[in-house]
Design a protein around this ligand. Structure first.
Ligand SMILES: [Zn+2]
Length: 297
C-alpha cells in the first residue's frame, strides 16, 4: 500500500532505471521500508484523433505515457471522426481504446444514418464503451427530441453489449436522469462525463450505478464541484481530460492533452485531503472496472 510520499528526488528516475517516469516518489510501506511507486493514471475521455493533434500526436501520446497516463479512452463523435479514431487506436493498441457512439451535438437531420453506422460498427469491431452519447441543450435545442431518441438507442446498445455508457450532460442532467430512471436497468453502468453538479445530483447519478468524470474544470477557481467533491466517495470517481477542450490550470484556455491528468489528480487530492497516489489508484481502479472488467488484453 502506498503511504504519503516522504520526499521527491531529482534524478531518481534515472537511478531507478525507469526513464519514462514523470514523478517518482519514495514511499514508506507498512514496515517502514522506502520504495518507489509510480502513479498510474487513466484518461477516460480524450478526443486525441481530432485535427488539433495532427502535428504532434505521437509526441502527445509519449508525454502522456511519461506522465503515467498510459491508457486513453477515445469517445467517438460521429461518422466523420470514426476513421481517424480507429486509425489512432490501431497505431497505439496498448494505449488508445475506441468507443462507438453519436455525440448529441452531432444529432442532426441525418441521425438515422448516423445511428445505423454506430450499430453496424458495433457489430463489426471491438469497442470499449458506448459514447459519447447523451443530451446537449446548451448549444442547440432544435433536435432535442431526436437527441433523446438517439440517447435511448445508445442505452439499448449498452444494455445489449454490456459496455459502459459515456454520457454528455451539458444542460441536460435532469433529462438524462429521467431517461435512465424510466429505462430502469440496474445492469447499466458508465460515466457522467464532465460532471460538475451538486451533491444531490452526484448522489442521483451514483445511485443509478454511474461514475462521475472529473476533468480540468475542477482546477478552475470558484467552481461548485470543488465543494461537491468533498462529499463523494472515491469509488465513484474517474479522471478525464476531454482533450483538446477544458485544459486544467495552469493551461486553461490552451489545448488540453492527456499528460495533464496528473494536474487534475493533484487538485482532487488537495480538495479531498487525500494522497495523490490514492486518487490515482482509486480512479484507475474504477476506470479499469468499467472499461476492462475482464482485465486488459
Ligand atoms: Zn467529449
Amino acid at each position: 500500500m502506498c503511504q504519503a510520499p516522504v520526499e521527491i528526488e531529482a534524478g531518481l528516475a534515472e537511478k531507478a532505471n525507469c526513464p519514462d517516469v514523470y514523478k517518482v516518489y519514495w514511499y514508506l510501506n507498512s514496515v517502514g521500508m522506502r520504495y518507489l511507486c509510480r502513479m498510474k493514471l487513466i484518461d477516460t475521455h480524450t478526443h486525441l484523433y481530432l485535427e488539433e493533434f495532427e502535428p504532434d500526436r505521437a509526441e502527445i501520446i509519449g508525454r502522456a505515457v511519461a506522465a503515467g497516463v498510459d491508457i486513453m479512452m477515445l469517445p467517438n463523435i460521429d461518422s466523420s471522426s470514426l476513421e481517424p479514431m480507429l486509425m489512432l487506436a490501431e497505431d497505439f493498441p496498448g494505449n488508445c481504446f475506441p468507443m462507438i457512439g453519436l455525440h448529441p451535438t452531432s444529432v442532426k437531420e441525418n441521425y438515422r444514418d448516423e445511428l445505423a453506422l454506430v450499430e453496424k460498427m458495433l457489430q463489426a469491431k471491438n469497442f470499449f464503451g458506448i459514447g459519447e452519447c447523451g443530451i446537449d441543450l446548451y448549444w442547440d435545442k432544435t433536435f432535442a427530441r431526436e437527441q433523446e431518441y438517439v440517447f435511448r438507442h445508445h442505452i439499448e446498445l449498452a444494455a445489449g453489449s454490456g459496455l459502459p455508457l459515456v454520457i454528455h450532460i451539458r444542460e441536460s442532467f435532469n433529462e438524462v436522469i429521467r431517461i435512465l430512471k424510466e429505462v430502469n436497468n440496474p445492469d447499466l453502468k458508465g460515466i457522467f462525463h464532465c460532471f460538475s453538479g451538486s451533491v444531490e445530483q452526484a448522489k442521483q447519478a451514483t445511485g443509478l450505478g454511474f461514475s462521475l468524470g472529473l476533468g480540468g474544470v475542477i482546477t478552475f477557481k470558484n467552481n461548485k464541484m470543488q465543494e461537491t467533491l468533498k462529499h463523494i466517495d472515491l469509488k465513484h470517481l474517474v479522471l478525464e481530460t476531454d482533450a483538446p477542450f477544458l485544459a486544467p490550470v495552469p493551461y486553461r484556455g490552451k489545448r488540453n492533452e492527456p499528460a495533464y491528468i496528473p494536474l487534475i489528480a493533484e487538485k482532487v487530492a488537495e480538495i479531498t485531503g487525500t494522497a495523490v497516489e490514492e486518487i490515482a489508484e482509486a480512479t484507475s481502479r474504477n476506470a479499469m472496472r468499467l472499461f476492462f472488467p475482464e482485465g486488459k488484453a
